[in-house]
Design a protein around this ligand. Structure first.
Ligand code: SF4
Length: 280
């Protein structure tokens, strides 16, 4: 039997990090609360790395292709290549990107074009038309078990939702330098967040979820891993993490969490090394 939803939310919205929770905020918080605080409370920005920039351009190329497909239009390979090259130049200027050399930038742009081309060559001919592309979804967080309104919405941007709505597949694109084992738990919070948002905004349940990885090997590869529709267990686990996140916001305790992720952390030398604790 379902419980009644509390009329009053748990927290007042106070702007900033209280505006919404997102899968990426949760992911960084779980990786390291200090890194999360530096980025989302202190506003420390990190420069976009060339590898991250390639990922952004690949996402934009796929978005453009799928937006045309949504309208029943096929964007030809040559047109898409030209579109990506234009987008690259404009975005690199907007983000003040710096590359080691012109040769490096040229090679990375070619890599982005080749990755998108490899992906499109493998799209099944009978793939359903998209229901939504780069869809920003937002929904209140009302605990499905207790009915408590957590007073803060969940917000996420789904790369691709394939139709129809009654049996939608929610897909997320990744670019990476090497193939990774298809462990569901690696992507669990992100996929469960998207499923929650889809269900809350459409009233339908997804039929499944997918991670589509574009891998930057010498000869690019695409791997798609499918995962089943979410269950009550997934949502209970998501809400458990969200409650821990909200408790940390309330307490202001954002400790560092040294580990394997430190090797790739932009804050390691600039902010973390001299950090002296949360002082509580
Ligand atoms: S270097 Fe490690 S412990 Fe320090 S902020 Fe980064 S992830 Fe956290």
């Amino acid at each position: 039997m379902s419980t009644a939803i509390e009329a009053e939310p748990r927290h007042d919205r106070r702007g900033g990090v209280w505006d919404y929770i997102s899968p990426s905020r949760l992911a960084l918080f779980l990786k390291c609360p200090l890194a999360w605080k530096l980025r989302y409370i202190d506003g420390v920005r990190s420069p976009t790395s060339p590898a991250l920039f390639v990922g952004k351009v690949v996402h934009a190329g796929l978005e453009s292709w799928y937006r045309h497909r949504m309208l029943g239009l096929e964007l030809g390979a040559g047109t898409l290549r030209a579109w990506i090259a234009d987008f690259w130049g404009q975005s690199a200027a907007d983000e003040n990107m710096t590359f080691e050399s012109v040769a490096q930038e040229t090679a990375l742009q070619a890599q982005a074009i080749e990755l998108v081309g490899t992906y499109l060559a493998q799209v099944p001919a009978d793939e359903p038309r998209p229901l939504a592309v780069e869809a920003t979804l937002e929904a209140p967080l009302i605990d499905p078990n207790s009915g408590e309104n957590l007073g803060i919405p969940l917000l996420g941007v789904a790369d691709l939702i394939l139709g129809p709505a009654t049996s939608a597949r929610i897909c997320d694109f990744k670019t990476s330098s090497k193939a990774a084992p298809p462990h569901e738990i690696t992507h669990e919070l992100q996929l469960t967040s998207y499923a929650w948002l889809f269900r809350q905004t459409t009233g339908q349940s997804e039929s499944g979820l997918e991670i589509r990885s574009l891998i930057k090997t010498r000869s690019p590869k695409v791997e798609a891993h499918a995962y089943p529709a979410r269950t009550g267990r997934h949502f209970a686990r998501l809400f458990s993490v969200i409650r821990e996140y909200l408790d940390a916001l309330d307490s202001g305790r954002h400790n560092f969490r040294p580990g394997g992720g430190c090797a790739m952390c932009d804050f390691r030398e600039s902010h973390c090394r001299d950090w002296t604790g949360s002082g509580r």
